[in-house]
Design a binder for this molecule. Structure first.
Ligand code: HEC
Length: 150
């Protein structure tokens, strides 16, 4: 019996680890505005150079003020052009008080460097697909909860 229970729990854990799109939706999930909000909120930076670790700290403190950090962390943007555009846009949204010019550059540099490390990998693409599926479920659940608000 005990053994049976162990395997049942293990199977459930493995299923949820392999297929996050099948897990029950949480209150946090329901707040998502972008599929990217549904992904991890941190980056593993232990292997990054020291200056990039400092820039990561700056990124964390500034880019979490209005939305999840998961949003930029999981956004598929990788090029310098894209990140320059978005970081400038975000600074503008704050009335240009969020970032001084040198900070803007540090955050763009960090996001471009980080994208090269993580976002070119097939795992990132696969996880992105799972987040998209999860986001579809969030949208369906919202529509079911408030059928008149489309
Ligand atoms: C003053 C509030 C504010 C701050 C601070 C902020 N954002 Fe945003 N961000 C927003 C809003 C609002 C949206 C929703 C989409 C839009 O209006 O552009 C957004 C959306 C995004 C998106 C999705 C872009 C899209 O529209 O496709 C990314 C990526 C992003 N932010 C990155 C960042 C980064 C990186 C920083 C730090 C430099 C940051 N944000 C700081 C307000 C902010």
């Amino acid at each position: 019996m005990r053994r049976g229970l162990f395997w049942a729990v293990l199977a459930a854990a493995l299923t949820s680890a392999c297929a996050p799109q099948e897990r029950p939706l949480t209150e946090e999930d329901m707040k998502a505005q972008f599929a990217w909000d549904l992904g991890p909120n941190t980056i593993e930076i232990y292997a990054y150079p020291a200056d990039k670790k400092d820039d990561y700290a700056l990124f964390r403190s500034r880019c979490s003020r209005c939305h999840t950090l998961a949003r930029p962390i999981n956004a598929p943007y990788a090029s310098r052009e894209n990140w320059t555009e978005y970081v400038k846009k975000m600074n503008k949204r704050s009335g240009n008080v969020l970032l001084a010019a040198d900070e803007e550059k540090r955050i763009v540099d960090f996001l471009v460097f980080d994208a090269k490390q993580r976002k070119t990998k097939p795992e990132f693409q696969a996880e992105g697909k799972q987040r998209d599926e999860l986001f579809e479920r969030v949208k369906e659940a919202r529509a079911a909860a408030a059928p008149n608000q489309k």
